[in-house]
Write a protein that binds this ligand. Structure first.
Ligand code: ZN
Length: 206
């Protein structure tokens, strides 16, 4: 992990070479002069442009949990199931590991990531940052590689599609919300939160 200190120094994660950090044109990245390792990338979006994306994702998260994710039709019976109800059903059917995996990937990881990123984006603008800011940012950087949220969420969708072989499955509102959430999460996860170490640029100074 590249450590970008608030004093504008960036240490190479491979060889520890110190570099002074400079603003980059959008879409480019800075490499270590000694070993060529990527040090940091220029964000394609400003932190304040990410706030509406995260809020939209949180709204989709709520919709994905409140509305039925699938409507099953089997032997004349119609059964609408929400995501939490489906997880509970998995658990009751003795598939505890699967239930825990689905719960972690569709609930714990996305909710933790969204709430943490939103908190960081909102605290980012403060002149004096609370100690919580650095702690949350380190925690997020630590947890993210284990999340693989968008990959695992795709897995959940595939298993839902497999269900359609057992019963007549109609997508519920929550499934569309879930697909939208997966897309937004991919955008949010590709946002390099390490740029938030840098205090916001003062307006009117070029
Ligand atoms: Zn290096």
């Amino acid at each position: 992990m590249t450590v970008v200190a608030e004093d504008g120094l960036a240490a190479c994660p491979e060889c520890d070479e110190l570099h002074s950090r400079r603003p980059l044109p959008p879409g480019t990245k800075a490499r270590c002069v000694r070993c060529g390792t990527t040090l940091y990338r220029a964000p394609s979006r400003r932190p304040d442009q990410m706030v509406p994306v995260v809020i939209a994702a949180l709204i989709l998260f709520v919709l994905a949990n409140v509305y039925p994710i699938v409507i099953l039709r089997a032997q004349g019976l119609v059964n609408a199931a929400t995501l939490p109800a489906s997880i509970l059903a998995l658990w009751r059917e003795g598939q505890e590991p699967m239930a825990l995996l689905v719960f972690a990937t569709t609930w714990v990881f996305p909710l933790f990531d969204l709430l943490t990123v939103l908190t960081l984006l909102l605290l980012h603008r403060r002149v004096v940052r609370p100690p919580l800011f650095a702690r949350l940012l380190r925690l997020l950087l630590m947890v993210r590689p284990w999340g693989m949220i968008e990959v695992l969420m795709l897995g959940v969708m595939v298993s839902l599609i497999k269900l359609s072989k057992m019963a007549d499955v109609m997508p519920g509102i929550a499934l569309w919300a879930f697909i939208g959430l997966t897309v937004l999460l991919a955008v949010i996860l590709s946002y390099d939160v390490r740029v938030l170490w840098q205090p916001p640029q003062r307006r009117g100074v070029s």
